[in-house]
Design a protein around this ligand. Structure first.
Ligand code: ADP
Ligand code: MG
Length: 244
């Protein structure tokens, strides 16, 4: 289980995350929702070690990971995909993934094209296939569509074999068709790998369709948590976020 307790992060006078206590059960699929500026991305940054909290705890299966380096948090099993592309644009999909696989295994990452570490390409192709990118394995990453670039970003996180995967707005900037294709792949991945998956999403059709449970943040605090049915019927959520 991933849990946070009393988590707080201030930027100047503003508490972007203000005493948040939440848990995410192992193997669950959870959506984090809330208005712009609610603190959702900051929350992910605190869990993944991109930011250090001012106070509070982050624990994975009981082990304290608060304040560890990002590398240590990745090793502990927390992966995330970024909104901004984090791959090498001039390398192919497979080359990017081989690099991530090799790094994860502590294998030398130099000379990857000529001397890929043993087994790394097979694993890279397996990861590409999990996200439906197998047909693009030898495509230069910069030439992928926007949606496929986002899938590559998720694949790179997956190559590090996380137990928990955090996705910050995986469907941002996508048209309706691409959006559903992304969500279908994310959901399939979650089923296939048995991950604890937490995603931030603005599209309520998507949230209500696929999330098992929902956490609502508002002004850095937990406004509500529960099943999609609980959240739909929650007066505070309707007032603050869903509208009437
Ligand atoms: P969300 O992802 O829910 O839209 P954010 O976590 O990005 O919200 O932001 C929450 C609040 O914290 C906002 O008021 C935002 O302006 C502020 N904030 C986020 N990151 C920083 C930062 N690096 N420096 C200063 N303020 C920040
Ligand atoms: Mg955000």
């Amino acid at each position: 289980m991933l849990s946070v307790e009393g988590l707080t992060k201030r930027f100047g006078g503003v508490a972007a995350i203000d005493g948040v206590t939440l848990a995410f059960e192992t193997g669950s699929l959870t959506a984090v929702i809330g208005p712009n500026g609610a603190g959702k991305s900051t929350f992910f940054n605190l869990i993944s070690g991109a930011l250090v909290p001012d106070s509070g705890h982050v624990r994975l299966d009981g082990a304290e990971i608060t304040g560890l380096s990002r590398a240590a948090i990745v090793r502990a099993g927390i992966g995330r995909a970024f909104q901004v592309a984090s791959f090498f644009p001039t390398l192919t999909v497979a080359e990017n993934l081989v690099g991530a696989v090799a790094a994860h295994r502590g294998q030398a990452a130099g000379m990857l094209r000529r001397y890929p570490p043993p087994g790394a390409r097979a694993r890279a192709l397996e990861v590409a296939d999990m996200l439906g990118l197998a047909e693009h394995a030898d495509t230069i990453s910069a030439n992928l569509s926007h949606g496929d670039q986002k899938l590559l970003d998720i694949a790179l996180a997956l190559a590090l074999e996380p137990r928990v995967l955090l996705l910050d707005e995986p469907t941002a900037g996508m048209g309706p068709d691409e959006r559903w294709r992304m969500i279908e792949r994310v959901q399939r991945l979650w089923r296939q790998v048995g991950l604890t998956l937490v995603f931030i999403e603005h599209d309520m059709d998507i949230v209500f369709r696929i999330a098992q449970t929902i956490r609502v943040l508002c002004y850095g605090r937990v406004l509500a948590e529960g099943t999609p049915d609980d959240i739909r019927a929650n007066p505070a959520v309707i007032e603050a976020y869903l509208g009437t």
